[in-house]
Structure formats: C-alpha cells, structure tokens
Design a protein around this ligand. Structure first.
Ligand SMILES: *Cc1c(COP(=O)(O)O)cnc(C)c1O
Length: 391
C-alpha cells in the first residue's frame, strides 16, 4: 500500500476484501434452500465508506443492502443504487414519503409508525418484532394488533408487508440461552403473522455472528455488517479455522511518523506523565489522536506497527497525536506507522485495539475518522493496489 505522497494519516479500504467477504458469506448460506444476503452499510459503512462498500458488496452478489436511517437509504439511491434496500430506524416526522418514492423498504416497529407509513403509501413495509433484545420492534403483547392492522392496510392496498424480522441480543455468544429463546419467539411471531393473513417475501433474524454460528436462524435472509468488513463478529466464541478465519479485514489506518528522538531513563511521557521511561529509549510522534477517533483509552495499552515491529503507545493519547516507544531505533520522519490493518504483516488489527481498550472492533472502525483521509483501493484490480476513489 504505497503511494508517492501519502497524507499525514489515512484510512485505506480494500474493496477487494469487501468482495471477498461477501462471497464468503454467500457461500456460508448457500444450501439446499435459497437464503439471501444483506450487506449492512449503516454508519458510513462502519466507517469504510457507505457508497463504495455498497457498490463492492453488490458487485460480489449482495442481494440486499441494509441501513439504519432513511437519510442513509436516500444517499445510496442518490449514488445510483437501485437494488433491494431496507432501513429500520425512524423517528417521528421522518420523511417516509421520500423513502417510498425512492423504492426503499421501511420498517415499522409500532402501530403509530405503520399509520405514518400507510399515510404516504402504497409502501413496502417490513415489520420488526422484539423477540428479546428489548430495543426496537414491537413488544410481544403488541404483535397481534400490529399484524392485524398491517393485514387490514394490506387488504386496502395502502401497504404491502414484504418482511417480518427481529434482531439477536447475544448471537456472538452461541451458548447464550437468549439465542434459543429469541429464535423460538421469532417462530411464534411468524405463526401469528401467518394467522393474520400476512405472507411476507422475507423473514430474517441473523446478523453476522448468527450467520456464521447459527444456521437455524438463517430463514430467508441474513443481515451481515461486521463480517462484510472482514472482522470476526464473535471473537469470544473460540478460534475457528472455517469461514470466520477466512474473513479479510478491509480497513487499514496508518500515519506517517512526524519525528523520533531519544529520551532518558526517568523521563515522563505525554500529558500527566502517566508513563516514565524505565531505561533510556527512543520515542516517535504519530500524528493522530482522539480527535481522529483514536481511543483515548489506548494510552499505555495499545500498540502500533513501525518498521516491522510492534511499538507500544506510551502515556496518554492526545487530541492530535500519540507517542510510541521505538525501543532505541530512530526511524526517519515519514516512516509508515500502521495503527491497525488486516494483520498480514504482523500489524495490530482492529480486534487487537478493541481488546486493548475494552470495546468491540465495530467501535474501533466506526469511530476512526476525523482528519484521516480515506481512500479506497482494489487489490484485485490489474496493477494491484490501484487507487479507486478518495474523499
Ligand atoms: C447493525 C445491524 C446488523 C448488522 O450486525 P452485525 O453484527 O454487524 O452483522 C444487523 N441487523 C440490524 C438490525 C442492525 O442494526
């Protein structure tokens, strides 16, 4: 990943990795029964660039795209996407009319939302049932009325119920009892919907972890977010030499070293002197900080990759910069510093950062940004890592 004048700090997204992951996930669900794949590209494609990732996912065979908000869905349409597209998080007053006009399928959690959507119909609506996450979706005691009203509205030609779906609370922990309970509750909901006369095109429950770990939850469609980006959705579920191990992380965050210099034993490093050099050493200045989404919690616990070696962050992460221990080496300014990447060269991964700062890889890749310049490459394109797009 070299280019003539790299910016101070950049995020490089390999769209070939996205396509690889989408093909791999399609293989996972390829069985005797057709199961469609939705690539979830909300939150700017988990920080990878929504429009670029969406196009790559479609090219690799993603049947559906999924986003949270109507605005995200409309941005995909504005960028030229024309395929099946679902959004699922609306606030009162959101522009359902624009979504319907753009052939975006919307999700209703409640009778109020259903009425709001029907008012701008005829709309293609999916119904979300809460099977135990206790987040969005209709509570069990409201399923009957939601299905009954949806069925009436469908008969009146004001909506068409195209899907019924739900979302797992603990699919990254395959032994968690909530998984069986939620899947059973979902089957109850589908039976109730059928008795109300609903015949949705798709029923769906699985996110990335359930796609990879729970085939019984695949139904007609699986919604894969994090795995699309090549990150393991269930790092605590034991090691795996199957599809989870074959995922390819798409994002690399890297910067150019600003300076390196010697410090003496006893010297304190960065704000508050939370680290003192036990011995004479050298330190390097990396020009990215919490203002760019580098977690402040990474101070003294995470590491970066400089000149083929892991170099620990010393002291606090600052707004614009971090200091790393170069162990006596004095690499020149401009030397590549990889914060995280696919791990192929030994560099840390987003998962390594997540473990260091007690979060999940989702948050690492979604938050990194700020003044990082993001560009997209395609390592499968003729000529190798050629640049495709920049922002
Ligand atoms: C974000 C999201 C997903 C994707 O989850 P992953 O764990 O990233 O695969 C799927 N469904 C819904 C409703 C979501 O909000």
């Amino acid at each position: 990943m070299s280019d003539p004048v790299p910016p101070r700090a950049e995020i490089v997204v390999d769209l070939a990795a996205v396509r690889h992951n989408v093909r791999l996930l399609k293989d996972v669900v390829r069985g005797e029964r057709p199961v469609a794949l939705m690539a979830v590209v909300k939150a700017d494609g988990y920080g990878h660039g929504m429009v670029e990732v969406a196009a790559a996912a479609r090219a690799a065979g993603a049947d559906w795209l999924g986003v949270a908000t109507i605005e995200e869905a409309l941005a995909l349409r504005a960028a030229g996407d024309r395929g099946p597209l679902l959004c699922w998080l609306s606030a009162p007053g959101d522009d359902f009319a624009a979504a319907v006009a753009a052939d975006v399928e919307v999700t209703a959690y409640s009778l109020e939302e259903l009425e709001e959507i029907a008012a701008v119909g005829p709309a293609r609506v999916q119904l979300k049932v809460d099977t135990g996450l206790s987040r969005g979706g209709a509570a069990r005691q409201d399923w009957h009325d939601l299905f009954a009203v949806a069925s009436d509205l469908e008969r009146e030609g004001r909506i068409r119920v195209t899907g019924i779906w739900s979302h797992f609370a603990a699919s990254d922990d395959p032994a968690h009892p909530a998984n069986d309970a939620q899947e059973a509750a979902f089957r109850d909901a589908l039976a109730l919907a059928a008795s109300a006369g609903l015949e949705p095109d798709v029923t769906h429950l699985a996110n990335s972890a359930a796609t990879l770990l729970r085939p019984s939850s695949h139904f007609d469609l699986v919604r894969c977010g994090i795995a699309t980006y090549g990150l393991d959705p269930a790092p605590g579920a034991g090691s795996d030499d199957g599809p989870r191990a074959a995922l390819r992380p798409a994002m690399t965050a890297r910067a150019r070293l600003v300076m390196s210099k010697a410090i003496a034993a006893g010297d304190g490093v960065s704000y508050g002197h939370t680290w003192h050099a036990p011995d004479d050493t050298t330190v390097g200045l990396v020009p990215a900080g919490y203002g760019d989404g580098v977690p402040r919690a990474a101070g003294n616990v995470a590491a970066v990759w400089v000149d083929d070696a892991l170099r620990p962050i010393r002291g606090r992460v600052c707004m614009d910069q971090v200091v790393v221990d170069l162990g006596g080496e004095l690499p020149p300014p401009g030397t590549e510093v990889v914060l995280f990447g696919p791990g192929d060269r030994g560099e840390p991964t987003a998962q390594d950062w997540a473990e260091a700062v007690d979060t999940i890889s989702y948050e690492i890749v979604t938050r990194v940004g700020g003044r990082f310049v993001r560009r997209h490459i395609d390592t499968d394109a003729p000529g190798g890592a050629s640049e495709r797009t920049a922002r």
